[in-house]
Write a protein that binds this ligand. Structure first.
Ligand code: ADP
Ligand code: ADP
Length: 233
């Protein structure tokens, strides 16, 4: 489903090349929850952003559902990205919009204008994440876990096949983290959604991932089923 082939990525900073990824090869299967773990600066953010081409490789190919992302023009990429949801460490909600309006936003961006069908979809999504009673609140009135539930509802609005999670539980306490991971697992099972997450926390990987890749100083140093990569609890 997601294929990264011989990826190399460097950033140019004041004429100096900073290497973020070196010879990365990954295959992520449809329907799995795939974790990428590593220390700060290892290359995790860069790697997850390759999957929706928020960052482009310096060398190598990114192929998602058989499509080489490099072959897409701007419009093709825009459409492709509607099939890839993303959630963030700091939620990235719009503070001036209600919960409902935040979740409706990607539907509007995608060109939907029928208010009734937008409302129906928003209600469905808020039901899925357990937030219907908060639909008219603003993000500042919600707890961190509730904000991330809004983020998840928003990410799922356009029926994506892939959900990318960028340190999605790093700002949350352990109990809230567990409830968000449980929700991700439910969504994975119910919708058959492929989930890719990055984290610096081993517990997150152990709790929810099927397979894991360990990244260190821009390279994948190990990958496989979680039970094999992390032998002991
Ligand atoms: P992680 O997510 O594991 O913390 P990153 O992918 O953010 O790792 O960073 C990997 C390396 O690339 C680091 O050395 C970081 O400083 C560098 N880097 C990341 N983004 C940029 C950028 N936009 N410009 C320059 N260097 C960057
Ligand atoms: P983080 O909190 O993980 O560091 P940033 O604050 O760097 O994330 O936000 C990344 C930006 O990329 C966001 O402002 C968001 O608007 C944009 N973005 C997020 N997801 C997508 C997506 N799926 N497609 C296109 N753009 C996105």
């Amino acid at each position: 489903m997601i294929e990264l082939q011989a990826i190399h990525k460097s950033y140019q900073v004041n004429g100096v090349a900073i290497t973020a990824l070196t010879d990365v090869n990954l295959h992520i299967a449809s329907g799995e929850i795939f974790g990428i773990i590593g220390h700060s600066g290892a290359g995790k953010s860069t790697l997850i952003r390759m999957i929706n081409f928020l960052e482009r490789p310096t060398q190598g190919k990114v192929i998602v559902e058989g499509v080489d992302l490099d072959s897409l023009d701007d419009e093709g990429l825009r459409q492709f990205r509607q099939g890839v949801g993303m959630i963030f460490q700091h939620f990235n909600l719009l503070g001036s919009k209600t919960v409902s309006a935040n979740v409706a936003f990607p539907l509007e961006i995608a060109g939907k204008s029928d208010k009734q069908s937008i409302d129906k979809r928003v209600d469905e999504l808020l039901d899925l994440v357990g937030l219907k009673r908060h639909k008219n609140k603003y993000p500042r009135q919600l707890s961190g876990g509730e904000k991330q539930r809004v983020g998840i509802a928003r990410a799922l609005a356009n029926h994506p096949r892939v959900l990318l999670c960028d340190e999605a539980t790093s700002a949350l306490d352990p109990q809230t983290t567990r409830s968000i991971l449980q929700l991700l697992r439910e969504i994975n099972e119910r919708l058959g959604l492929t989930i890719v997450l990055i984290t610096h926390e081993m517990d997150v990987i152990r709790t929810v991932c099927d397979r894991v890749a360990v990244i260190d100083s821009s390279r994948i140093v190990e990958s496989g089923p979680v039970s094999q990569v992390f032998l002991h609890p």
